[in-house]
Design a protein around this ligand. Structure first.
Ligand code: ADP
Ligand code: MG
Length: 245
């Protein structure tokens, strides 16, 4: 589904992504792990077109997306969540999802008042999927941290992605919230037949739901494989995860 070939990105001479190659198979749950500063977020931003690629190639569903705009890449089917940045705090939960659908369908958000009756079923379906149907009339600003993260995922789903990128979807969550959110994500991915690429610091979560794990270290892939392969890789153990048994 996604082929990353020899990707490179520097910031003012600092090499953040240093020749990353990776393939993501359709319908799989894949994670990228690595210490802070390894380049995980940068890699996501390169995939979604939010920062420019210096060198290398990105191919999604056979289409070269290396130099495409974020908007076109999103329309091709790569969705992501943006840590709360795109939640409208003074809209209700329902309105936030509806607005995201409207924007994706090319209806200007300016016309919101006149399009209030559009996409009601689509909005409700997403609310149910992310477990926020009962909270649909609450102001988004009043949601708990965990519920805001659920809303972010709902907003990402409004663009009907085939490949969903989630950058630390459980950051800042309690253990209980983390567990619930991960169960939710796994269920949605399965139900919708999505492909998931996510980053996560909680190794229990990573090893419990990933089918493939890529370990990034100083902008390079140092290991890639099944959870067992990665867990037992001596180099990975030495530089990063330690003993995660
Ligand atoms: P991770 O998400 O794995 O923690 P990042 O991709 O955020 O890592 O960052 C990788 C490295 O690139 C870090 O050293 C970070 O400081 C640097 N970096 C990321 N974005 C920028 C930027 N816009 N300008 C300069 N340096 C950046
Ligand atoms: Mg990051």
């Amino acid at each position: 589904m996604l082929i990353i070939e020899n990707l490179k990105k520097s910031f003012d001479g600092f090499i953040a992504i240093n020749g990353v190659s990776l393939s993501i198979q359709k319908g799989t749950i894949c994670s990228i792990i690595g210490p802070n500063g390894a380049g995980k977020t940068t890699l996501f931003n390169l995939i979604t077109g939010h920062i420019h690629v210096d060198q290398g190639k990105l191919t999604f569903k056979g289409v070269d997306i290396t130099h495409m705009s974020p908007n076109r890449i999103c329309r091709l089917g790569i969705g992501r969540s943006f840590q709360r940045a795109n939640i409208f705090p003074r809209l209700t939960v329902f309105e936030n999802i509806q607005a995201a659908i409207l924007v994706f369908r090319g209806m200007g958000f300016n016309f919101y008042k006149s399009v209030k009756s559009l996409f009601l079923e689509e909005t409700e379906a997403i609310l149910k999927m992310v477990g926020l149907f009962d909270a649909k009339d609450e102001m988004s600003i009043s949601l708990s941290y965990g519920a805001q993260k659920q809303l972010e995922i709902g907003i990402a789903l409004a663009s009907e992605p085939e490949l969903l990128l989630l950058d630390e979807p459980t950051a800042g969550m309690s253990l209980q919230e983390t567990k619930q959110t991960i169960e939710l994500i796994a269920r949605i991915v399965l139900e919708k037949g999505l492909t998931l690429l996510f980053t996560e610091h909680d190794m229990d979560v990573v090893f419990s739901i990933s089918q493939r794990i890529t370990v990034l270290h100083q902008g390079k892939v140092i290991a890639e494989g099944s959870p067992d392969q990665v867990r037992n890789d001596p180099y990975v153990q030495r530089v990063y995860i330690g003993d995660v048994r």
